[in-house]
Write a protein that binds this ligand. Sequence first.
Ligand SMILES: [Cu+2]
Length: 137
Amino acid sequence: MKRLYSVAACLVLGGALVAGCGSSSSSSSNSSSNSTPAAAPATSTPAAAPAAGGTISVSMKNIQFVPKSVTAKVGQTVKWTNDDSVDHNVTATSGGTFKSSNFGQGSTYSTKLAKAGTVQYVCTIHPGMTGTVTVTP
Ligand SMILES: [Cu+2]
């Protein structure tokens, strides 16, 4: 009698496992959807936008601008992000007129590049902390 009871229990468990397999395989069949490729042409259209505008990111890290030199086009924006625990600023020394106030960790400063040329800038708190933006037409 005991043996019969355990066989019956195995059959019940086996039935539950089969049911579990059946439900998981039926849910995975949902992934064969043809609607995904239709979204690709839509995303290719806005791809032209970064060429006209766009943002160049520069980090302020370990009392340095990273990368130290960047190239951008007229009309693009350069955004500096302070990743240090001390304050920094961004002050143009030649080729530009922008000057930020001091800002702390996690804060950013952005400026739009209005004309072509080479802009050199410095953090006036740390005179050795310099960078260059080469602006192309
Ligand atoms: Cu600084």
